[in-house]
Design a protein around this ligand. Structure first.
Ligand SMILES: Cc1ncc(C[n+]2csc(CCOP(=O)(O)OP(=O)(O)O)c2C)c(N)n1
Ligand code: SF4
Length: 291
């Protein structure tokens, strides 16, 4: 990640719980993702003072409230942009975006490719429930065409977007997928994402039992399939081949991983190139731009 400062301190998963209790509906898949986040943080021993979670708007975007650490609940679709700035401003922090398919791929869709191609050193956990949950059930970019939704009662008129394929082709250097009903796998993949240096995208199928009665937990359980044992995540051709779902099943596990220079590396290279110093006086810059 986000060059986390891995303190190797002993913090139990439950100790990452903030003072705010989750307000999600009973049975919401986001609980599984939250528990997986606690576990990943605990296994890496990331101190809450070194952790920043950033979100936009949506049910899933509430996740930062429930985790100890710094947090920013920003504008709908803008979490990635804010997280990018956060990471560049203080590369020692572990930065994680949490959000939904609407937040990430509808209004925030313009940011996704750029975080990936720039290889921003951060984690993006997307809770994909195939619907807008917070606003009560409109279709999202991952809603299946045949699925009726609140304002599309006869189904959609367009094909859904595949987040994994999208991230692979835009250059994310860590691409994983899981189902919220398997928090152990979610935790392992989020942990791997936090350890990864570069843009790590984790797509998690997370059922919304209140507004998506079709993509239920049972549906997702039947949809997913572990990657073949001999899958090589460093091979882009193999990653694309499984992402295309040749047998109709959605692959879960670590689909792709690559080591590549990050945005932060490149910014440092540029600063060095022009003989600049990272120890500039920030106050001077603020003062220079005062109205
Ligand atoms: C600029 C702006 N446009 C629209 C909205 C309304 N809105 C809030 S959340 C949301 C979609 C939430 O869906 P998703 O990101 O998939 O999250 P979920 O609630 O399903 O977890 C929308 C359209 C808003 N808050 N701000
Ligand atoms: S509306 Fe759906 S996504 Fe939102 S909390 Fe309830 S179950 Fe979860």
């Amino acid at each position: 990640m986000s060059r986390a400062i891995f303190d190797n301190i002993q913090i139990k998963p439950k100790e990452y719980k903030s003072e705010v209790s989750p307000v999600w509906c009973p049975g919401c898949g986001d609980y599984g993702v939250l528990n997986a986040t606690y576990r990943a943080l605990s296994e890496l021993g990331i101190h809450p003072k070194d952790f920043v979670s950033v979100s936009g708007i949506g049910c899933s975007s509430r996740l930062p409230y429930f985790v100890k650490g710094y947090k920013m609940h920003t504008l709908h679709g803008r979490a990635g942009a804010v997280a990018t700035g956060t990471q560049l401003a203080n590369p020692k922090l572990s930065v994680m975006v949490a959000g939904g398919d609407g937040d990430g791929f509808s209004i925030g869709g313009g940011h996704m490719p750029h975080m990936a191609r720039k290889n921003v050193d951060m984690v993006y956990v997307l809770m994909d429930n195939g619907i807008y949950g917070l606003t009560k059930g409109q279709s999202s970019p991952t809603t299946r065409k045949e699925m009726p939704a609140y304002i599309t009662p006869y189904g959609g008129v367009e094909e859904p977007l595949d987040p994994v394929m999208y991230m692979l082709t835009y250059g994310a250097t860590y691409v994983a997928q899981a189902f919220a009903g398997n928090p152990k796998m979610c935790a392992a993949l989020i942990k791997g994402a936090m350890e990864h240096k570069g843009f790590a995208y984790v797509n998690i199928f997370s059922q919304c039992p209140t507004f998506n009665k079709i993509d239920t937990a049972k549906y997702y359980r039947a949809l997913v399939e572990d990657l073949p044992e001999d899958h090589d995540p460093t091979d882009m051709d193999q990653a694309i081949a499984v992402a295309r779902r040749p047998n109709g099943k959605a692959p879960v596990g670590l689909i792709y991983k690559e080591d590549r220079y990050t945005l932060c590396d490149e910014m440092k290279r540029l600063v060095d190139l022009v003989g600049g110093s990272p120890d500039y006086d920030k106050q001077k810059i603020v003062d220079a731009h005062r109205p």
